[in-house]
Design a binder for this molecule. Structure first.
Ligand code: PHB
Length: 414
């Protein structure tokens, strides 16, 4: 039996997505050593299609830590969004309302920039690892055992950080008896496409239509990203390109506006749910990003939450390594969760305001549902949207939340 090679580091980071890579980048800048382990290969990490909106503070943080070059060159600053209902499009001017903006720059690009920074620093993530197992999280030295190629390793660290998402090994490493979890399933999913076509809008359009939610986002001047609310069990094979464009036309259409069509080069259906694990810490294991919480995509908060967690945990670790101050680490879970629940509220609010629900919990032709109730809910949504768009304070509330809560810092500024 081959023996295990032992590697030592200060912080073992499980997961090479944006949360894990950013944390490792921030730690390196603070002189703290870390190793990032990733199940997939580099290609997968770079190609995975994900979110596209950075809050103002997320973009500022990336810029401050040397990751802003391409973001400012290739990303687009957006000063507002459109909300559409009853066939009319309303502009919400973020910058006028709250003096803040967001950046359209996709998660893939953030990941690419982070990987490049890691390569340049000579600390590339370890890709294609398998059989990860966490030990000694409470007593002794935390250890991550894993295999890579034909070799078996033992990574010994002061702390382990779970940045490996909803299906990783870290989330279930907190025993059931030591946590409470919260979930909410939605009776629909998003069918998302990427298409080679210039966006037909200057800013994102979120539309509530009788047939369900639709959205127009973008990735660049020549790539559009669009979404349709569908049944989560919908068979994607039944959605031809033409059917998708026709449905987008119906739900996004307004008089005098044309949705330009182009070649669809990516098509997928994502179910929607919310999840929170409380606490986000167990002994020397800390969870960041999707391993700790999931938000529905309406409002684009998932990536931003993950970056905020990484930044806040970095501060706690830097204080601990700096002068043994444990308070940042002790406060990490509680303070992060307070912030997480505010963002769960925002994502839930946006989701409920903009999607078509039915009584039976299954989307579509109200099987078993009372159609009167379904229509009632739809009209309540229209009432809600009208109040919001007719009130400067209503719009400012949305603008403030969409452009993002301040990132937490330890030690806090006061
Ligand atoms: C996206 O561009 O993928 C996107 C934008 C805004 C959202 C969700 C997704 O609310």
């Amino acid at each position: 039996v081959a023996s295990r090679s032992t590697i030592s580091t200060q912080v073992a980071i499980v997961g090479g997505g944006p949360a894990g890579l950013l944390l490792s980048h921030l730690l390196r800048r603070s002189g703290i050593d870390s190793v990032v382990l990733e199940l997939r290969d580099r290609e997968y990490a770079i190609k995975r299609v994900r979110a596209g909106v950075l809050e103002e503070d997320a973009a500022r943080l990336l810029t401050e830590v040397g990751l802003g070059d391409r973001l400012h060159k290739e990303g687009q600053r957006h000063d507002g969004i459109y909300l559409q209902y009853a066939g009319v499009r309303h502009h919400i001017p973020f910058r006028e309302l709250v003096g803040r903006s967001v950046w359209l720059y996709s998660q893939q690009e953030v990941v690419k920039d982070l990987i490049e920074a890691h390569d340049a620093a000579g600390t590339p993530p370890r890709y294609s690892v398998s059989d990860m197992q966490l030990d000694n999280l409470v007593d002794g030295s935390p250890t991550v055992r894993f295999s890579q190629g034909r070799e078996d390793f033992e990574l010994i660290a002061d702390f382990v950080v779970g940045a490996d998402g909803a299906h990783g090994v870290c989330r279930p490493s907190i025993p059931e008896t030591n946590k409470k979890t919260y979930t909410r399933e939605y009776p629909f999913g998003w069918l998302g496409i990427l298409a080679h076509v210039k966006p037909s809008t200057d800013e994102l359009i979120y539309a509530l239509h009788e047939r369900g939610f639709a959205m127009h986002s973008m990735r660049s001047n020549s790539v559009s990203r669009l979404y349709l609310q569908v049944d989560p069990h919908e068979n994607i094979a039944e959605w031809s390109d033409e059917r998708i464009w026709d449905e987008l036309d119906i739900r996004l259409g307004t008089p005098g506006w044309t949705l330009e069509r182009g070649e669809i080069f990516d098509k997928s259906i994502t179910p929607m749910h919310s999840f929170v694990s409380d606490p986000m810490r167990y002994g020397k294991l800390f969870l960041i990003g999707d391993s700790a919480h999931i938000v529905p995509p309406t409002g684009a908060k998932g990536l931003n939450l993950a970056l905020a967690d990484a930044s806040y945990l970095h501060d706690g670790l830097a204080a601990w390594y700096g002068n043994g101050d444990e308070r940042g680490l002790d406060e990490y879970s509680e303070k992060s969760l307070e912030r997480v629940w505010k963002i769960q509220h925002f994502s839930t609010w946006m989701t409920r305001m903009l999607h078509r629900f039915d009584e039976s919990g299954s989307f579509g032709q109200a099987d078993g549902a009372n159609p009167d109730n379904v229509d009632f809910d739809h009209h309540v949504q229209l009432g809600q949207l009208r109040q919001l768009c007719e009130s400067e304070r209503g719009m400012a509330h949305l603008a403030e939340r969409y452009t993002g809560l301040p990132f937490l810092r330890y030690p806090s500024a006061e």
